[in-house]
Design a protein around this ligand. Structure first.
Ligand SMILES: [Zn+2]
Length: 452
């Protein structure tokens, strides 16, 4: 055998490789996976350092979270690049794509994208890329943003919660889709229909059932139908964000069968919680679309099993504690968003293994699936040529969520006090260990279609 020379080697009795769990030795050179070997094949390979993964631990690919709101600049008190990416690393996430809204300015122009990149550059503990925003009147900006390397464009079909990022109406959606189709860019949609929500009963007060009725599944289903119609008409590539209504699975399936390029994601909170168990005043669980009933939740799990939902991403959407209005428990007044970047893996693992799923499934949903949809074929997998983004995970260790110990900026968590299975022991980014206590990180800014 030719001499093997690596910077570092990982030896694991359990690693998730090629859709299976198996023993593996991973040779890393220049930040990339240079070789996958049987541990006994290592022989005299030259390596200054060997990382032995424990018998009770599993080596996973670093997770890829394509739905994260970092909020810097502009609302840095909600979350920032330092705390947000540190939190990601602590949760086994090695790549995030940041959403274009809740920061000020929103990422709807190249100048705003440049501001984000300046803010992020010196603070990134993991790799970070950016979505652009499609808002009324900025169609002419999309090409420039696309060329500057955003991973696609986000739009809303209903009020976004922040005034600087308004929703698209029918004509605006058509125009955005025509342009993203021309650019071959992905359009990602917050799919709730404004008219349906306007005609639903208003939310108000601490009764969860009332909040739930204010954002009915019909609003999601109708908005998704509009997105699918638009994709059919333009040939554009679309992605449904944070799917909560299982009632839309059939139309998504039908669209795919007729060749529409559509994917869908769901989030940990739609899979872990159900409306029947949400107590009145529990505004830590307010999000939009809302968490629905238990039967709906099980249909989301079935869709993940069958591949009809492509990925699970956090929709990490933090705010300061006061904005959750826990004093009054008023669902109308509270900020809608759940911060779970650091907890997504144990939350999903805990819920998934109870339903007979494996870590192979979890890696498909939380690493490979999202990476593939945004064109990051060198992320989210343990494979020769991929970035050596690796996570040492103890699947059987348990912990109780203490919000004060999370790395995110604000100690607000929908999972506070929950006992979860699965502890991230180490996170490695491009072959280097992420130091969670380090003043600075070695994360990079990434762009669509370009490899560092
Ligand atoms: Zn979001």
């Amino acid at each position: 055998m030719a001499e093997l020379r690596f910077d570092r080697v990982f030896v694991a009795s359990r690693a998730i490789v090629d859709g299976a769990e198996r023993p593996c030795a991973i040779g890393v050179r220049d930040g990339r996976i240079a070789a996958l070997l049987e541990p006994r094949q290592l022989g005299s390979a030259v390596r200054p350092e060997t990382v032995y993964v424990g018998e009770d631990e599993v080596l996973l690919p670093g997770l890829v979270d394509t739905h994260v709101h970092i909020n810097e600049p502009g609302r840095t008190e909600w979350e920032g690049f330092d705390t947000g990416t540190r939190s990601a690393a602590a949760g086994g996430v090695t790549t995030v794509i940041d959403m274009p809204l809740n920061s000020v300015p929103s990422t709807t122009t190249v100048a705003a994208l440049d501001r984000k990149r300046e803010s992020a550059a010196a603070q990134a503990h993991i790799d970070i890329g950016f979505w652009g925003g499609a808002v009324p009147g900025n169609v002419a900006e999309l090409e420039g943003l696309h060329e500057a390397g955003v991973f696609g464009f986000k739009c809303f079909l209903v009020d976004s919660g922040v005034p600087e990022f308004p929703p698209l109406d029918g004509a605006g959606l058509a125009a955005a889709l025509a342009e993203t189709a021309r650019l071959d860019a992905l359009l990602i949609v917050h799919a709730e229909d404004a008219d349906e929500i306007a005609s639903a009963p208003a939310p108000g007060g601490p009764v969860y059932e009332r909040y739930l009725r204010s954002r009915p599944a019909a609003a999601e289903d109708r908005a998704i139908a509009r997105v699918l119609d638009g994709a059919r008409a333009t040939g554009g590539r679309v992605h449904v964000l944070h799917l909560s209504s299982a009632g839309s699975l059939a139309q998504l399936r039908a669209a795919r069968e007729t060749g529409v390029d559509v994917t869908a994601e769901t989030c940990p909170h739609y899979l872990a919680f159900c409306a029947e168990e949400i107590e009145d005043g529990a505004t830590q669980l307010k999000c939009a679309p809302p968490i629905r009933g238990a039967a709906n939740r099980e249909r989301l799990w079935d869709a993940l099993r069958g591949g009809e939902i492509d990925m699970i991403v956090s929709d990490h959407s933090p705010c300061t504690a006061d904005l959750k209005r826990q004093d009054t428990g008023d669902f109308a007044a509270a900020w809608g968003g759940i911060a779970s970047l650091e907890l997504g893996l144990p939350v999903i693992w805990t819920a998934a293994r109870g339903r007979g799923h494996t870590l192979v499934d979890v890696c498909r949903w939380m690493a490979t699936g999202p990476a593939d949809r945004v064109g990051l074929g060198h992320k989210g997998r343990i494979a020769v040529g991929a970035d050596a983004d690796l996570v040492v995970f103890d699947p059987d260790a348990e912990f109780v969520v203490d919000p004060a110990r999370l790395h995110q900026r604000n100690p607000v968590s929908a999972y506070a006090g929950q006992r979860l299975a699965g502890v991230v022991r180490q996170t490695w980014l491009r072959g280097e260990r992420v130091d969670l206590a380090g003043a600075t990180g070695h994360g990079r800014l990434i762009e669509r279609g370009r490899r560092e």
